[in-house]
Design a protein around this ligand. Structure first.
Ligand SMILES: Cc1cc2nc3c(=O)[nH]c(=O)nc-3n(C[C@H](O)[C@H](O)[C@H](O)COP(=O)(O)OP(=O)(O)OC[C@H]3O[C@@H](n4cnc5c(N)ncnc54)[C@H](O)[C@@H]3O)c2cc1C
Length: 463
């Protein structure tokens, strides 16, 4: 008889795990909290408009992922040309960052400060190796204080709602991996190949009906191949027997299983397990997340800007990022209109989290005024919200996470994976890779190895 795997979550990680589980001849049941597949990679239709949860383009990190995405796009390979910018000192600068542009865009005095700070940091480092234990120290050591503050420091503090000294070094290394002012200078002054590479060099994939279409197609294929989907449902309880998860309670029904793979937020999983079985339940609150509010604004004009998205770095801004879906595909909005999405990252207790669409009007008018959009060009506003959209990698979170994962590893038929299951700031391709890889570790009872290697799985595949 076939063994049964229950997968919690039909996002990119859960769907990919479903495909891999079928390859391994398992009977697959997917339990999903919402009414549709795709997780945060879903696309939403709003009348004549199509939006994602903020910009969502796919980085084909491996050939096999690329093939898979093209297969579920009906064989079409759409590689959008993505234009991004950073608004620093009220000026849009290209992203990825070009030092030559910074020099020409920023004020002369700012440039002087940037160079002075950078050389000061580097000279000091000859005598005294600077500490790199958090985001701020990492940023200053690489960029000098001025450039770090205007491009990364203050912005990150706004997004994470805390001092950059409380943001982990792991996060800094993921976001600013090999950049330094020195490497940027060399790149811009010499004609040689860039000293750093990024997603932006190898391009992105998207779908003409929204990225979520690809995940809908994967879910449809899984369904056709016998996978059972249980939507609008969450797990109420995990039943443990002989050191294993024996079954789960869903909608008052007990579902028996051989393996459990979950992509729900790690803290929520941990809180489902009674502390009579494990020591780690005290860590459940230690996994922290930030929420995102997407304020979608329909404008009575054909285009807002040439950029797909812009990071609103300058302190004058209320929102963190603005994106324009129509720049991916002109059919995402009617000809004479466009839709832009303004993102605001916050936490549950912030008053903004409870605001409805009309309460955003004055902030939207103020923000768009900077871009020369007048109030009467605003047709309408609607909002989407994502709770726990960003895992918060704060200083010390690694220790808490390792405690959770070590204790969870005592259940040999359970793996937690994906961006939220591992509380790691991964993109869709990493999350899919983590979903796929988890299956073989689960079947081969190498649960602890999966946890010790998960960061490696992301790094090696994304290189
Ligand atoms: C604003 C924003 C922009 C992003 N942009 C990009 C981008 O451009 N490119 C990119 O590659 N990545 C991007 N990402 C990251 C990408 O969204 C994630 O990497 C990816 O969605 C993670 O997949 P996942 O399956 O691990 O988690 P999710 O997508 O969160 O899927 C998890 C699923 O589990 C379900 N679930 C949760 N709890 C339960 C429960 N208790 N019971 C049942 N079901 C449950 C959820 O409803 C969800 O469907 C972005 C993320 C955000 C927030």
């Amino acid at each position: 008889m076939k063994k049964t795997i229950v997968i919690i979550g039909a996002g990119p990680a859960g769907l990919m795990a479903g495909l891999e589980a079928l390859q391994n001849d398992l009977n697959v049941i997917i339990i999903e909290k919402s009414s549709f597949p795709g997780g945060k990679g879903a696309s939403i239709k709003w009348g004549d408009y199509l939006v994602d949860y903020g910009p969502h383009v796919f980085h084909p990190a491996t050939e096999s992922l690329k093939k898979l995405m093209i297969k579920y796009s009906g064989g079409k390979e759409f590689q959008p040309k993505i234009m991004q910018s950073l608004y620093v000192e009220d000026q849009p600068m290209d992203y990825p960052f070009r030092i030559s542009q910074a020099i020409s865009h920023l004020k002369f005095t700012t440039n002087l400060k940037i160079f002075f700070d950078y050389f000061f940091v580097k000279l000091k480092s000859i005598v005294f190796k600077p500490p790199k234990t958090n985001f701020k120290e990492f940023g200053i050591a690489n960029f000098g204080n001025t450039l770090y503050q205007i491009c990364f420091g203050k912005y990150s503090e706004r997004v994470w709602g805390c001092s950059a000294e409380n943001i982990s070094i792991e996060f800094a290394m993921r976001k600013l991996p090999s950049l330094s002012l020195r490497s940027l200078l060399i790149d811009s002054l010499s004609k040689r190949k860039k000293s750093h590479t990024s997603y932006h060099d190898s391009g992105f994939l998207y779908h003409e009906n929204g990225i979520g279409t690809i995940f809908n197609n994967i879910a449809a294929d899984l369904l056709e191949r016998g996978v059972q989907f249980i939507y609008n449902s969450t797990i109420k309880e995990l039943i443990l027997k002989d050191g294993k998860i024996a079954s789960v309670i869903v909608n008052d029904t007990e579902v028996y299983l051989d393996y459990l793979l979950t992509t729900m937020p790690l803290g929520e999983l941990v809180s489902l397990i009674s502390d009579k079985y494990c020591l780690f339940t005290k860590y459940s609150d230690a996994m922290q997340y930030r929420n995102t509010i997407f304020v979608n604004v329909i404008l009575n004009r054909p285009q807002f800007s040439k950029f797909n998205w812009s990071f609103l770095v300058n302190e004058r801004f209320i929102f963190n990022r603005v994106s324009e879906q129509k720049n991916l595909f002109p059919t995402f909005a009617p000809k004479n209109k466009t839709l832009i999405t303004l993102e605001k990252v916050c936490k549950n207790s912030d008053p903004e989290w409870l605001r409805d669409a009309c309460m955003w009007r004055s902030d939207v008018e103020k923000e768009l005024g900077f871009f020369g959009v007048s109030g009467n060009e605003i047709d309408s506003i609607f909002i989407n919200k994502l709770e726990k959209s960003y895992p918060f990698m704060y200083v010390g979170y690694e220790f808490q996470k390792i405690n959770c994962l070590n204790d969870l590893a005592s259940f040999k038929n359970l793996i937690t994976t994906g961006r939220y299951g591992l509380s790691i700031d991964t993109d869709m391709h990493d999350s899919m890779q983590l979903g796929r890889e988890a299956i073989s570790y689960l079947i081969n009872q190498k649960v602890s190895d999966f946890y010790t290697q998960h960061e490696e799985i992301c790094k090696t595949r994304a290189a």
